[in-house]
Design a protein around this ligand. Structure first.
Ligand code: PEP
Ligand code: MN
Length: 278
């Protein structure tokens, strides 16, 4: 693995010997500092009230950032694809209502400018991790980028994806492990907790974990979240919905507000045990 560093093929993302973690600042939220950043929100923005209610629940539980997809990458073209620009507007309103900055996925390079004008952070989803024109456009926007791991990408490919963002002028990348596809079908994906430790060594950028898309089922999310914090993750990205049964996407893995609060409390205890706050 250290070949990437030795070969110099990722000069902008590689951690040099003794180099400190680069803190990625998104408004008042600092990734890579002493705090574990808790991000929560629905898979998809479904309406104004839904996202504002979700944002309030996130804030009440100690979350510091809102997530929500306005453009959704769906396996089927007949499933809900997101509200698009209207969804972005609802996210802006939720930020105004709660003070929480938000991260949202951008799927199409042609939308980067529009999304970057409103969002605090751009999410590049698993399915887009090697969409090189999109990575470059995101880098050129100058916005902080949350870069999901692809379900089929190695850590090396993922690091090179970040390098595309950085080579295009991006300065702030946060890696997000969300599980990979393996032979094991009992959960939606297999959370590669080891990648947190490996990336810590390989890159100076922060690393967070999305246990929701790894678990695929609400009842397993908290256990994976605690494992992530114990492994040294700089943050968590959690799907939560005011009424998960009614969610238009990823209903089964979405936590209700009470479950989100319980997750926050149990992860806080783990964070303290490893010398961090949440
Ligand atoms: C999401 O965060 O809602 C999402 C689509 O995640 P991923 O790209 O990891 O599947
Ligand atoms: Mn989702």
């Amino acid at each position: 693995m250290s070949d990437f560093r030795m070969s110099g093929s990722i000069p902008l993302s590689a951690r040099q010997p003794g180099q400190a973690t680069t803190v990625v600042q998104v408004g008042s939220v600092a990734f890579g500092g002493p705090g574990v950043v808790l991000i929560g929100g629905p898979c998809a923005v479904e309406g104004r009230d839904q996202v504002i209610r979700a944002a309030r629940a996130v804030r009440e539980a100690g979350g510091v950032m809102l997530r929500g997809g306005a453009w959704k990458p769906r396996t089927s073209p007949y499933d809900f694809q997101g509200l698009g620009v209207e969804g972005l507007r609802h996210l802006v309103e939720a930020r105004e209502a709660t003070g929480l900055p938000f991260v949202t996925e951008v799927l199409d390079p042609r939308d980067v400018e529009l999304v970057a004008a409103q969002a605090d952070m751009l999410q590049i989803g698993s399915r887009s991790v090697q969409n090189f024109p999109l990575l470059r456009e995101a880098g050129r926007s100058g916005k902080p980028v949350l870069l999901k791991r692809g379900m089929m990408t190695t850590v090396g490919e993922w690091l090179h994806a970040a390098e595309h963002v950085l080579a295009a002028g991006g300065r702030q990348v946060v890696f997000c492990e969300r599980g990979i596809r393996t032979f094991e079908p009992s959960l939606r994906n297999t959370l590669d907790v080891g990648s947190v430790a490996v990336l810590r060594e390989m890159t100076h950028f922060p690393v967070i974990v999305d246990p929701s898309h790894a678990a695929g089922s609400a009842r397993f999310v908290a256990a994976l979240a605690r494992a992530a914090v114990a492994a040294g993750a700089d943050g968590l990205l959690i799907e939560t919905h005011p009424d998960p049964h009614a969610a238009l996407s990823d209903a089964v893995q979405s936590l209700d507000p009470a479950q989100f609060g319980e997750l926050a409390a149990s992860c806080r205890a783990v964070a303290r045990a490893v010398g961090r706050d949440l």
